[in-house]
Design a protein around this ligand. Structure first.
Ligand SMILES: [Zn+2]
Length: 78
């Protein structure tokens, strides 16, 4: 039996909603169920093993696809 674990998350303040909408003038990101143990739950790392971000991959990918933002770009402009 499928469990409904889809939700929408705001890329700015991480507010969560069960329905699509926008927050801060940006579309909320649609998140689908990710199986436990999936690579997508792990943070992205550089080849030397340092974390690119503490956010899980599914989130970074969803932000890129849905909002056109690359959260990792923010690291280049401290
Ligand atoms: Zn928000």
């Amino acid at each position: 039996m499928a469990v409904d674990r889809e939700f929408y998350i705001c890329p700015v303040c991480f507010d969560i909603s069960k329905t699509a909408g926008s927050h801060h003038g940006r579309p909320m990101i649609h998140c689908e169920d990710v199986p436990s143990g999936d690579e997508m739950l792990r943070p992205e790392c550089f080849e030397d093993g340092n974390l690119k971000s503490r956010a899980p991959r599914w989130f970074l990918q969803a932000v890129r696809e849905t909002a056109g933002l690359d959260m990792l770009d923010f690291d280049d402009h401290p």
